[in-house]
Design a protein around this ligand. Structure first.
Ligand code: CTP
Length: 399
């Protein structure tokens, strides 16, 4: 239900904090990746180690990280950008008040302000507090400004009294979270479709310090992944050692060699759309030395063997309805070579660019792409981010 989704679980200082561990598990069982953010007082109820062990990710409590230098204090911004949903469970009266008044005095409240995803507040407190005029007003304000609120349940509370203020069971919070994510799904031609995009170069190592590679920066592939996401796709980006930063909202896996990529892409071979923008090396050294080869003993000729043609392999196994998009970098005979690859590899579309065209190529921010379909041909020119969107809108125009 939440496959590929990213959730920040915010835990504040109430006795129900222990239930957040079960909630985290529910999210994970539904396929979500979860990061936990706690207020300092929440750590009095449950240790950070519980959540870091369960989430397999550091638990964020402080905005400032004394152990690291540099810009580690901007973590709340990156977390905010990363998440598809932010669930605060339990949410104390104190944190609720801070959130609706825009305070940012700890990691949790700062991340709330930075987040661009929907936010679900699960208020949990004693009955008297829950019914107090201030909390009632704060909850109304939370709804007015667009937060989601899940009403607490009635029952025995930590005070020994029976009243409204209990944290709903994990399944109830999960159900509400799924509803919210579905409501916020980007609607476009790729909504509900699994899209795998590859980007960047491969490295074929001769020994631990030398490799064969190419100048691909990964810009075009990353732009294609972003464009697919903007059209509603559920995108995974497989990337080589790229030289540009990858937006943290993209789900990623990294590869080094063509063999690495070949192994990884098999997990996604059934995706609805495959966009193969990686610059895959056609050859690898026949022998890879475990230790650095000393120059006195180095051969002057490198023996090469062929890498698997990953796109051709995908083309052979193409399932009905699957869309395969390849790339081609040519220095001559652009149309003829691109069309030959389109047919040989059983592709639906191929994006070809020529190194001889200005405004084009490996490390440039702009590109000229000639898009060939089975019967169509069109040219796109402009910044890579812009033409990536134009190409995908053209490809999926009829969907
Ligand atoms: N490709 C691949 N596996 C390889 C080589 C290329 O999957 N071993 C993919 C690229 O990601 C690209 C398409 O195939 O989408 C075309 O790549 P390109 O290098 O232009 O063409 P090749 O098929 O390798 O042919 P040539 O190098 O002879 O032009």
């Amino acid at each position: 239900m939440l496959s590929g989704k990213r959730i920040i679980l915010g835990v504040t200082g109430g006795i129900a904090a222990y239930k957040a561990a079960f909630l985290l598990r529910e999210f994970q069982k539904s396929g979500a990746e979860v990061r936990v953010c706690m207020t300092p007082s929440a750590t009095r109820f449950v240790g950070t180690e519980t959540f870091s062990s369960l989430s397999r990710y550091e638990v964020a409590v402080d905005v400032f990280n004394d152990e690291n230098s540099g810009n580690s204090w901007t973590k709340h911004i990156h977390w905010g950008e990363w998440a598809d949903l932010f669930v605060i469970a339990p949410c104390t009266a104190n944190t609720l008040s801070k959130i609706v008044h825009g305070q940012s005095d700890n990691m949790l409240t700062s991340t709330v302000l930075a987040a661009r995803c929907p936010i679900l507040i699960c208020p949990t407190m004693d009955g008297e507090m829950y019914e107090s005029p201030a909390v009632t007003e704060n909850l109304k304000q939370a709804l007015r400004v667009g937060y989601y609120v899940l009403e607490p349940e009635s029952g025995y509370l930590a005070s020994g009294l029976e009243a409204t203020g209990r944290l709903p069971e994990p399944e109830v919070i999960l159900k509400k979270s799924v509803e919210i994510i579905q409501r916020h799904r980007i609607k476009g031609p790729l909504t509900g479709k699994k899209v795998v995009v590859t980007a960047g170069p491969t490295r074929e190592f001769l020994d631990p310090v030398r490799f064969i590679s190419n100048p691909s920066s990964g810009k075009m592939g990353i732009a294609m992944a972003e464009a697919a996401r903007a059209l509603g796709g559920d995108v995974i980006l497989l990337h080589g050692p790229v030289t540009v930063s990858i937006p943290s909202r993209l789900q990623t896996r990294s590869f080094l060699s063509a063999d690495d990529l070949f192994e990884q892409i098999q997990d996604y071979a059934a995706a609805d759309v495959v966009i193969m923008a990686a610059a895959v090396s056609d050859f690898k050294p026949s022998e890879k030395h475990g230790q650095k080869v000393k120059k006195e003993r180095a051969e002057r000729t490198i023996q090469l063997e062929q890498n698997p043609d990953i796109l051709a392999w995908l083309g052979k196994r193409k399932k009905k309805g699957q869309v395969l998009i390849g790339f081609a970098m040519e220095t001559e005979g652009l149309k003829e070579n691109a069309l030959s690859k389109l047919h040989k590899k059983n592709l639906d579309w191929i994006c070809a660019n020529s190194l001889s065209e200005s405004d084009s190529g490996f490390e440039s921010d702009r590109n000229t792409v000639h898009l060939f379909g089975r019967e169509t041909e069109e040219t796109f020119n402009g910044p890579k981010e812009q033409i990536a969107g134009e190409i995908l809108r053209r490809v999926f125009a009829d969907d």
